[in-house]
Design a binder for this molecule. Sequence first.
Ligand code: NDP
Length: 447
Amino acid sequence: MSNESPAQKLTTWAAGSDGAWVDLIRSRLGPLLLILSTPPAAILFWIVCTFEPFDGSLLPLLTAKGWRSVAAHFPSPSLAAAEMILVFVVLETALLQWLPGKDFFGPITPSGNRPRYKLNGIAAWLVTHGLFFGCSYGLGLFSAGVVWDRFGPMLITLVVFALVLCLLLYVKGRVWPTCEDRSVSGNFIWDYYWGVELHPELFGINLKQLINCRISMMGWSIIVCSFAAKQGELFGHVSNSMLVSVAITVVYLLKFFWWESGYFTSLDIMHDRFGYYICWGVLAWVPAVYALTAQYLVLRPYDMPAALAAAIFVVGLAAIYVNYAADEQRQRVRETGGNTTVWGRAPDLIHARYTTADASEHESLLLASGWWGLARHFHYVPEIALALAWSIPAGFEHFVPYFYLTFLILLLADRATRDDKRCRNKYGADWDEYCRRVPAKIIPGLY
Ligand code: NDP
């Protein structure tokens, strides 16, 4: 950002100034708008999916009746919801700490650190889902649709808790930082929104791994499973549209835990600091918006022709595979120092040099063939395709089940631009060489 010192830029590999107006929008107006608009929007979607006169449509928001319904149904935090969230957080913290798993060291940070992570995501997923369904169907402690029953109070509790947590993280970053990978611009709006620390820890626990992976992504999986169960409880059977949508989502999340080490080399972890954008996003926006198609479907069971359901499921799986294959290719090339094959041939590589804050020089491999030779961010295409596959089962009557898809397209377009800037700042002429060899940003030949 424009108000960071050159030294801070070096410790973040942030992009340079884009001009006064763009900087004003990016560092003050845009963040302020998002901080003010996304918390109520997160709740609004729940009301739209659940209550009259909406019936899953946003149009009643244009009427007084619609807004009276919003006021009447706006949830309050509840003790029961807070208890459920607390139990889940304690469980996931314990599983992360105590289930066996290898240590994984992330990429070198701008300050020269290597954060440590624990790879036991699949085991944690199995235990979490085993406990959830065992306690509901086996022991009868609660109904499997419990998340749907308490979703409003849970969402508002998460929204408020995450807002406060981001403030605590800001204070922690300023007075009690975990390491040197942090920066304070002096612009409170930006520092709250973007965060101060890159890899904050609490009692030795890596907060990004705990909150992004084990609370948010794990929670997303439990939420959609509970939504499917609720449809079964309400209507006596689970429609194939719900089954297909939830199955694609769950396979995608299982892939996420299988590939968790790859996530630690992604932008969320390597670049984005832990403030509102990431922390509030994963704690409140993910449950509210990422599970929206399944949420929409709970009260709208619809059985597609079996062949169509099967075709959508296969397309979803194929998109998950391509997205995984692209991520895996980049990771494997780096791990093997390029001594591997990509699509059956020796990889096309660029040896990209960069410098860390302690002035020491390093080198990374940039892959310019395989999926990474089609476009610099081609893996976003299957990411969008798989989200389309889990949205289509909701039909085309309303926009709400496609809100996540729309949001994702905007998010990934912005992300590709941000990543290009970050990499150009980090690698200089070597990144320019990659752009020369692979000119497309996301869609080969088009964009
Ligand atoms: P990427 O996987 O695109 O990683 C970006 C980093 O990879 C760059 O900063 C650079 O880091 C390195 N890199 C860039 N180009 C190359 C190359 N040619 N060869 C080798 N390394 C390269 O990060 P994302 O976080 O964007 O995506 C990770 C996954 O998460 C993807 O599958 C994506 O689809 C998914 N995703 C999902 C989102 C959602 O909300 N559903 C949102 C965002 C991502 P370095 O400094 O190491 O060189």
